[in-house]
Write a protein that binds this ligand. Structure first.
Ligand code: PLP
Length: 329
């Protein structure tokens, strides 16, 4: 499968091929109150552009349970609550209550008859054609629930090379990182492009105070002398649910976790460094700015967390069942 336009393809034939479904996509998505076939869920071309500046979204995962009996949505309500919080901060109105959103997510999973791990993306965007550049407060939104399957990295040998970015993390005084807005990702994308250009996998962004904040799609933590440290929620980060989950699980495993300001050079001296996010899961960092972390593979505490996280999201652990919404096959 490819997203590359064919030789000599016109804009219309490219669109036709997308609508025909030459690209991996689900059969159904949920849009503003009902399931709609993916290929029929279009908007006018003038509805993109400035409208997307005010759009907010969530990223939620549903894992196949360890016994294969069904899908388990991880921390669904907390993710949906964060979507409302993002919308509140940017002052757009999501015209649906949480019960409707919860039902929409489940409807999408059922309609597409998924039997694999699924990533779900509920997102809200100002409805209609936005004439005003700034998108006025209180504008009514459309709400979409999109989805796709993914390959989990949990329990596999993996790692990434990270580098501190020359780009500064957006901050509370300009573009609050606490809001999960598409527009915030311009910052992370620039940092990601720079990291790739320089032969690394992912950037680590420092905040306006020069302290460590997060990666473009995940929070970060380091282990030094057995103590886990992670930037506080006022360090210019998204209030990550995976970060919260990791703190809880690490403490249950008997480890000390401190939320505080973190210096760049602490990353250079760390025994272990890892990213945490719904999409990235628990991703070990093997080098920072070219300096090897530990022995260059996932450290023991990172592995312990990876296992504990996998056990919880797949329902293998007897703990934290309240984080799971079960959907039997
Ligand atoms: C910028 C950023 N930080 C952190 C995270 C991790 O948040 P969560 O664990 O809630 O997925 C994400 C996830 O998408 C993100 O985009």
């Amino acid at each position: 499968m490819t997203n590359e336009p064919e030789q000599g393809a016109t804009p219309m034939s490219i669109m036709d091929s997308l609508v025909r479904g030459d690209r991996a996509h689900p059969e159904w998505l949920w849009r503003s109150g009902s399931l709609v076939p993916w290929a029929e869920s279009s908007i006018h071309v003038n509805a993109v552009g400035h409208a997307s500046v005010a759009s907010v979204f969530e990223g939620i995962k549903a894992y196949v349970s360890h016994d294969g009996a069904g899908l388990l949505l991880f921390r669904l309500d907390e993710h949906l609550r964060r979507l409302y919080e993002s919308a509140r901060i940017v002052r757009i109105d999501i015209p649906y209550g949480i019960e409707i959103l919860r039902a929409a997510v489940i409807e999408v999973l059922r309609a597409n008859a998924y039997r694999e791990d699924v990533y779900l993306r509920p997102w809200a965007f100002p409805a209609g054609i936005v004439q005003e550049q700034m998108v006025p407060a209180g504008v009514i939104c459309e709400l979409v629930v999109d989805s796709w399957t993914f390959q989990s990295g949990l329990g596999t040998e993996r790692g990434c090379r990270a580098a501190v970015s020359s780009w500064t993390r957006i901050n509370e005084a300009s573009m609050p990182p606490r809001v999960k807005a598409f527009s915030n990702y311009h910052n992370g994308r620039l940092a990601m492009l720079e990291a790739r250009e320089n032969g690394h996998d992912w950037p680590i962004l420092l905040n306006e105070r020069g302290k460590v904040s997060e990666g473009p799609g995940a929070c970060i933590a380091l282990v030094r002398d057995g103590v886990v440290s992670t930037p506080s929620t006022t360090s210019g980060i998204l209030e990550s649910l995976t970060r919260d989950t990791s703190i809880t699980l690490l403490r249950e495993l008997g480890h000390t976790v401190v939320e505080r300001e973190v210096d760049r050079t602490e990353l250079y001296l760390a025994d272990e460094v890892f990213f945490m996010g719904t999409g990235w899961e628990i991703l070990p960092v093997t080098t920072v700015d070219g300096l090897q972390v530990g022995d260059g593979t996932a450290g023991p505490l990172t592995r312990q967390l990876d296992t504990a996280y996998g056990d919880v999201v797949r329902g293998r652990s007897p703990r934290h069942k309240d984080w799971l919404t079960e959907l039997p096959f």
